[in-house]
Design a protein around this ligand. Structure first.
Ligand SMILES: *Cc1c(COP(=O)(O)O)cnc(C)c1O
Length: 960
């Protein structure tokens, strides 16, 4: 053998020169040791044994060779320089905003915040849960409604969810009609239409300024202020709608609500909107936090996540996600929504913007914005230009018969984008960044004189002025200096476990490295400050980056075309099923509405199928966890004529490469159905197999899993879909931007408000792919499979590993089965999850896909030392369980049942437990050097749901 052959394996000092060598945690030498532990001498042999030959690709990834970090940044700079950052005064739900530096640096650019996971383990998530509770309190106060969630994917989808909520709450069986204000944001109307079609809901748009048209509606959506800028008194139309038995949804601008009477005060049932202008940059459309708030009585119908207040084992106030029984993980096809990943990081930013500015700061910003709009309107009037609306907040609609194009062009020459409404109308939106020079330039563009001196009266009618207080909670008053804000953010961050602290072994979630270089470009102004409806030539760099990303994802997945519009995996599922629906309908087979879903599927699958107008039929799994082929064939036969699709996850949610996947695909195709492969587990496939090659027609990918967008504490995400050629015409489209869809006159309509969804974070995945190159991507997949099998091997003597594939191997994750242990000792998977906190770890995925188990996904990015530290913790916990079994520990009073242990519960004069404080806090010696102290003890979930509180509790709640 040549020395070269040994070089990468034998030398522990082998320098890590390529990015891929640093993205993948273990060194080649570590990998060799891990392989040896699994029983293999090389990675090829392991992969050959783990991945069925039938799905292996014969074609290596055809992608550009890896770029170094500096070369990737140079290329990104080049792309960024092709974007042109002008001043956008387009409005339409997107506004210029100033991100306070303290929030930019300490939240958006801080891995302590952006690498956290969704707060399902509340004891290690108190920091972000408090931040989200601030968000809910802020939205509730500003809208005048008692319960707000945290958060929605954008304003358009929030409005569509509100329509569905109104329909559920109306208790009507028939689909019925939903009335939408013609002055609603145009993209909101279109997202609502996309969602209404499969449900059979009739969407009627009408000018509601003089009341409701005739007809029966289960709900009405009003925009406040309107897209035209008009501020109207919505009380009469709200009352009229209620008389007709309709629920009222108000899409409201949060900044305007600091000055305007809030929807909750004139009877609205639901409020929706966006928190973008609270310090979150445009990002060419996202990500931003949408919001949804409801009146009393509708909280159990809310879509998405709701943070609630509860108590811990010592009776201390603690936060956790409330009412999870409404969510897709539990209710599946009966869930209130398919939302899983939301927009947590952006909700945190918006909430902190409100914390930093406080109510008087927000009101001052709103007043300044309004003043600019008033100056603009009076300048226009003085210059002989007609201003259409008497009452407005930040947006002025000018009537310039036949001159709109000329005016817009003249503004563009002055570096300003205006909204061309039609040939005769131009809209001008002011925001926090609008300066007097902008007003002057716009007036010039209209050929009007500069604004006259003097102090024109404001344009908010007296009866619409807000009188009620808001943001009265101390949190919105205590952190006004930058020092105080910095420390508040640090204090919250310190309460949580994110990837900057330790490995997060969450099965199905792929908590891998989010490299600093990948994160860098997203805050560059050329990417951050582009309005989603800016003229496309100003976004040339973005379009090139998006096209490259879509092409590369298509190459990786084997699909003909990819759309990046869906802004979470759940939305990708909906988009993919809508494509299937459109395809069947185009062939006169619209009656195909049955969607087969294996019992092991992620909850979003069933919830998405229902949203796509499909009927869910569950296919059983066999004792090995694989799809039960007999049941599959029986269900196919039974529903042959109406079979629309099967949704399968590959590798399966059990972490296994099912051998039968090609047979499953063939059987469904033979019956006229389409195959949807849920691509959440693509981290086990990249470079080895392509869903588009082994029989799937459409998949969503989770860029926030496989492609390194950080989870943000529960979002943002991007859920692009890839489709084979025949489904291309049914990809998401966007009426305001045909370029974002499969072509004029084609497409399923928008599933996100913005044409390219959360474009602002696409540079992260682009950078990952560019820096890994084809070999690095494949090495990552191999590394993920090695790591999972290594962990499975180490844990197997201590915990049964549920389900393995051929040769006793798993794919990229493995399931530790606690059920027998629980039966024997009373120690549950949840106890292990909570005890891991005392060891400084975030728990693996609890109870999905199998109750009573923990699903572990180590990913390729974790060093061998960290993998071992985690395995050591799990093994030590198993020893503790054994002490319970052996009667050494009390069955009810032991370190597992009492976990996690706070410093406070240990530092007590009268320690009454039959185990030592050392055993509680330092079960392994390594913890003395690096100890995470949880801020609360185990949280009582049921208490919080029985006593639902979803806003910041008063400070007295924290007193003893
Ligand atoms: C994460 C996940 C989803 C949902 O993706 P979101 O981005 O959270 O909406 C769907 N299916 C599986 C198997 C997943 O792991």
């Amino acid at each position: 053998m040549t020395a070269e052959f040994f070089a990468p394996v034998a030398s522990p000092q082998h320098p890590r020169t390529r990015f891929a060598d640093r993205h993948v945690g273990p060194s080649p030498d570590d990998h060799a040791r891990m392989l040896a532990a699994i029983g293999y001498s090389g990675v090829e042999a392991l992969i050959d044994d783990a991945v069925p030959a039938a799905i292996r690709t014969t074609r290596p990834l055809d992608l550009p060779p890896a770029l170094s970090e500096s070369a990737a940044l140079a290329r990104l700079r080049e792309l960024a320089s092709r974007n042109t950052v002008l001043t956008s005064m387009i409005g339409l739900g997107y506004y210029g905003t100033i991100t306070p530096g303290v929030i930019l640096r300490n939240v958006l650019e801080n891995p302590g915040w952006y690498t956290a996971y969704t707060p399902y383990q509340p004891e290690i998530s108190q920091g972000r849960l408090e931040a989200l509770l601030n968000f809910q309190t802020m939205v509730g106060d500003l809208t005048g409604l008692p319960v707000a969630n945290a958060s929605m994917l954008d304003e358009g989808t929030a409005a569509a969810e509100a329509m569905a909520l109104a329909h559920r709450a109306s208790k009507r069986k028939e689909p019925g009609a939903f009335l939408v204000d013609a002055d609603a944001l145009p993209q909101t109307i279109e997202v609502i239409r996309t969602r209404a079609v499969p449900l059979g809901i009739d969407v009627v748009t009408a000018d509601l300024s003089d009341g409701l048209p005739d007809g029966d509606f289960f709900g009405v959506l009003l925009q406040y202020p309107g897209a035209s800028g008009a501020v109207r008194d919505l009380a009469p139309v709200t009352a009229q709608a209620h008389e007709r038995g309709a629920l009222v949804v108000v899409a409201a601008d949060l900044l305007a609500l600091t000055l305007l009477r809030p929807p909750g005060e004139y009877g609205a049932d639901i409020a929706v909107g966006s928190a973008q202008r609270f310090g979150v940059p445009y990002g060419f459309g996202g990500p931003h936090a949408g919001y949804l708030a409801v009146r009393d009585g509708l909280q159990r119908q809310l879509p998405g996540r709701l943070v609630g207040v509860s108590v811990d084992a010592d009776g201390a106030t603690a936060y956790r996600l409330a009412l999870q029984t409404r969510e897709q993980h539990i209710r599946r096809e009966k869930a209130t929504s398919n939302i899983c990943t939301a927009q947590v990081l952006l909700a945190v930013m918006a909430a902190m913007y409100a914390v930093y500015h406080g109510p008087e700061g927000l009101a001052a910003i709103a007043q300044r914005v309004h003043r600019r709009a008033v100056e603009l309107a009076s300048g226009l009037r003085a210059g002989g230009v007609e201003v259409v609306h008497e009452a407005f907040f930040d947006t002025v609609l000018a009537r310039v018969p036949g001159r709109a194009d000329e005016v817009v062009a003249a503004a563009l020459e002055r570096g300003i984008n205006l909204r061309r409404v039609d040939a005769d109308h131009v809209g001008i939106a002011c925001d926090e960044t609008t300066a007097p020079e902008h007003v002057a330039a716009v007036l010039e563009a209209f050929g009007a004189a500069p604004a006259p001196a003097g102090d024109p009266a404001d344009r908010i009618p007296g009866e619409l002025r807000r009188e009620s207080p808001y943001l009265t909670h101390p949190v919105f008053h205590e952190h006004r200096s930058e020092t105080a804000m910095l420390r508040y953010l640090r204090r919250l961050q310190d309460k949580d476990i994110a990837l900057d602290r330790s490995m997060i072994p969450l099965g199905s979630c792929t908590m891998k490295l989010n490299a600093a270089t990948e994160m860098e470009p997203i805050t560059w102004p050329e990417f951050a400050n582009i309005h989603p409806f800016a003229p496309l030539d100003q976004a040339a760099g973005y379009l090139e980056l998006i096209a490259e990303l879509e092409e590369r994802l298509a190459e990786i997945t084997g699909y003909a075309k990819v759309s990046v519009q869906p802004n979470a995996g759940s939305q990708g599922e909906l988009a993919g099923l809508l494509a299937i629906r459109g395809y069947h309908a185009s062939r006169g087979e619209g009656h195909r509405t049955v969607c087969l879903i294996p019992s092991s599927a992620h909850g979003t699958n069933a919830a998405s199928a229902v949203m796509a107008g499909m009927r869910v039929v569950v296919v059983k799994c066999d004792a090995d966890g694989d799809i039960d082929l007999d049941d599959l064939h029986a269900k196919i036969d039974k529903h042959r004529a109406e079979l629309a699709a099967i949704m399968v996850t590959y590798p399966s949610t059990h972490g296994v490469f099912e051998e039968t996947i090609t047979e499953v695909c063939a059987a469904v195709h033979e019956a006229g159905g389409q195959v949807y492969v849920d691509g959440a587990n693509l981290n086990a496939l990249v470079g080895l197999a392509r869903p588009g090659e082994f029989g799937s027609d459409v998949s969503h990918l989770n860029l926030h899993k496989t492609f390194c967008i950080p989870h943000g504490g529960g979002g943002p995400g991007v859920g692009p879909i890839g489709v084979r050629e025949h489904l291309v015409p049914f990809l998401p489209s966007h009426p305001l931007r045909p370029e974002a869809g499969p072509g004029e006159g084609r497409g399923a309509g928008p599933v996100s408000a913005a044409p390219w969804g959360s474009a602002g974070i696409l540079p992260i995945s682009w950078t990952y792919i560019a820096m890994m190159g084809p070999d690095g991507l494949r090495a990552a997949t191999e590394g993920a499979i090695i790591a999972a099998n290594y962990v499975a091997k180490r844990l197997a003597p201590h915990y049964p590993i549920l389900y393995t594939g051929r040769n006793g191997l798993v794919a990229h994750e493995c399931i530790a089965d606690l059920r027998k242990i629980t039966k024997e000792t009373g120690i549950t998977a949840e106890d292990v999850a909570k005890r891991l906190i005392d060891y400084g770890f975030h728990a693996p995925t609890l109870a999905f896909p199998v109750a009573g188990t923990l699903m572990i996904e180590p990913t390729e990015s974790e060093d061998l030392a960290e993998l071992d530290r985690f395995c050591d913790a799990m093994i030590q916990i198993r020893r503790e369980i054994q002490r319970v079994a052996d009667g050494v520990y009390d069955r009810a009073d032991n370190p597992l049942k009492n976990a996690p242990h706070t410093a406070e519960c240990l530092i007590t004069e009268d320690w009454k437990h039959p185990y030592s404080r050392e055993e509680a806090a330092y079960p392994l010696p390594s913890l003395r050097e690096n100890k995470y102290w949880p801020p609360v003890r185990r949280i009582d979930q049921a208490y919080g749901d029985r006593n639902l509180v979803c806003a910041c509790p008063p400070p007295e709640a924290f007193e003893d």
